[in-house]
Design a protein around this ligand. Structure first.
Ligand SMILES: NC(=O)NCCC(=O)O
Ligand SMILES: [Zn+2]
Ligand SMILES: [Zn+2]
Length: 560
């Protein structure tokens, strides 16, 4: 029989999963307050192991910048007998968790019977996925994504992702106003999250606010759009200013690399040819425009000598630019997204508009072949981690562009599907090892954004964000069973091997036996400190560049 707390959470889930959020939100707040008062049992001190020393040992600050940071009681958990996988190592061991923290990882841990035991024999116990690229509750192209922080995160948890990093979009160019708006959007979070910040204009106040974001708000990355002309796009001049500022703050510059001017020209061309449907989206922004912008962004970052993170790499053209830069020793990170790895552009030509428009995203899905090259690049380390760019619009919203593909809101789902699809397409197929899987779905993201080993690892002292994956079980993806609020799913009908059977987030079991058990407000804002490892040695490279320059040439007066 279900525990009272479970029943309550299921009720909360059902309420939230419907769209009547206004009344529900009030009810939910009331119920979750009651749950903290009545339903959570106190933690007993009678265990063989205590978490105190580990928890305090890592010394993580708990300032939450005014973001939601609810911490109620946690159950004690033992995950028994699984193969515990970290990016560097795997071994059969037990994992003991207390107060939301991993206390011990070793074989044969003995516990008292107040501890919840999860049998993981024959299964993989891995760090929960971290999705570096999501858009929840995002206002975009005249509408708002259907998944907000609560529904998107609940979907993520059901698919084995336990943290995501979303993009704050400034309000009228103001970073502070944007950050405040996201504080409100994220207040019902049921999973830990971090934030990147988009830069959409440039002046002294933006430069000052970037400093505030990094030094006081826990943001260590800024995204620059070279596409979306007349909306989010910025000029090269602004991009250069932004790169310099990022470097001085130890913040990572991220780029959406497509040539926005050329895309606008391509769109005009398609409309003039009478190609107004979703296929016009792909035809108007070919891979060459992604390659050009990727190369340009890389050259400008190289000129400033600051690390660069290229988001949603979709084409061989962009991939080649990244590979070339890496060969020359430049610090460039390439992030493919799950849609680009496992889908292609063919559905954009589907005669049914609802079907075709589902697949509109930017940069667009490419011809088959690009996806396989992106997968291969992950195996060799040319690309390093996988995101989703989860940005969902339902079919009614997509229909805004029924007569004009330029008005179809751009974005696809993936936050719930990423872990399963990657396992099936890359581990099950033998392309990568299980340790590599952990690296590209979790650890690399934690390292890049400077939150490792709190996140991205199952080590004593890490946050207890853990999944249990059964390699012998199967999954099936469908809009009828997913947890996103979207009425469609670009992976409709896909099946595969490897199933996330248990998700533990912040020490709580939130997904088990096919049931979600999530509480709004339980997710924490994770501050990400600047000067991550990508900045190590940048100052030395600058110094050697300066010393390589010759002293100014002394010249006499010009005589004519
Ligand atoms: N990618 C996409 O189509 N939508 C979200 C916005 C972005 O990341 O460019
Ligand atoms: Zn983008
Ligand atoms: Zn995006």
């Amino acid at each position: 029989m279900a525990e009272p707390q479970q029943l309550q959470s299921r009720l909360l889930w059902r309420i939230f999963n419907r769209r009547s959020v206004t009344v529900a939100a009030v009810l939910v707040r009331l119920l979750s307050t009651l749950s903290l008062l009545f339903l959570i049992s106190p933690i007993s001190e009678s265990n063989h192991i205590t978490s105190e020393s580990y928890y305090n040992g890592l010394g993580y600050g708990d300032s939450d910048c005014g973001m939601s940071s609810s911490s109620s009681s946690w159950p004690k958990l033992l995950i028994r007998g699984g193969t515990v996988v970290n990016a560097h190592h795997q071994e059969v061991a037990d994992v003991y968790v207390e107060d939301g923290i991993v206390v011990s990882v070793k074989p044969n841990i003995q516990v008292h019977d107040d501890v919840t035991v999860i049998d993981a024999t024959g299964k993989y116990v891995m760090p929960g996925g971290i999705d570096p690229h999501t858009h929840l509750a995002m206002e975009f192209m005249g509408t708002v994504t259907v998944d907000d922080f609560f529904s998107g995160q609940a979907a993520a948890l059901a698919g084995g992702t336990t943290m995501h990093i979303d993009f704050v979009i400034p309000v009228n160019g103001s970073l502070t106003a944007g950050f405040e708006a996201y504080k409100v959007k994220a207040k019902d979070s049921c999973m830990d999250y971090g934030l990147h910040m988009a830069i959409t204009k440039w002046d002294e106040s933006v430069a000052r606010d970037m400093e505030v974001m990094v030094k006081e708000r826990g943001i260590n990355s800024f995204k620059f759009f070279l596409a979306y002309k007349d909306a989010l796009m910025i000029s090269d001049e602004l991009f250069l200013q932004g790169l310099k500022k990022c470097k001085s703050l130890g913040a990572l510059a991220m780029v959406h690399a497509e040539n926005g001017d050329a895309v606008a020209e391509g769109q005009k061309r398609m409309m003039e040819l009478g190609i107004t449907g979703p296929e016009g989206h792909a035809l108007s922004r070919p891979p060459e425009l992604e390659g050009e912008a990727t190369g340009r962004a890389i050259h400008l970052a190289g000129f400033v000598n600051t690390p660069l993170y290229v988001v949603h790499v979709m084409s061989i053209d962009a991939l080649d630019e990244i590979a070339k830069a890496k060969r020359s020793g430049q610090r460039v990170i390439g992030e493919p997204v799950i849609s680009g790895l496992v889908l292609d552009d063919s559905k954009l030509w589907d005669p049914d508009f609802t079907t075709a428009s589902m697949y509109v995203m930017s940069p667009p899905l490419r011809k088959s072949g690009h996806n396989r090259a992106l997968q291969a690049a992950l195996t060799t380390g040319v690309l390093q981690l996988v995101g989703t760019d989860h940005c969902t619009f339902n079919s009614t919203q997509k229909a805004l562009g029924i007569d004009d593909f330029r008005k179809i809101p751009n974005g696809v789902n993936g936050i719930e599907e990423r872990m399963h699809l990657l396992w099936d397409s890359m581990v099950e197929s033998g392309m990568i090892s299980v340790t590599d899987y952990v690296r590209i779905t979790s650890t690399e993201c934690a390292r890049i954004f400077n939150i490792y080993p709190r996140k991205g690892a199952i080590l004593a002292g890490s946050d207890a964000d853990i999944i249990v994956l059964n390699p012998n079980s199967t999954f099936e993806l469908s809009a009828t069973s997913h947890h996103s609020r979207s009425d469609t799913n670009v992976y409709e009908g896909r099946t595969g091997k490897g199933k996330v059977e248990v998700t533990i987030a912040g020490g709580r079991v939130v997904w088990r036996h096919g049931e979600l058990n999530v509480v709004p407000g339980s997710g924490r804002y994770i501050e990400m400190p600047p000067f991550g490892h990508l900045f190590d040695g940048i100052d030395k490279a600058d110094a050697s560049y300066l010393s390589s320059l010759h002293a100014p040439v002394k010249r006499g007066k010009v005589t004519t």
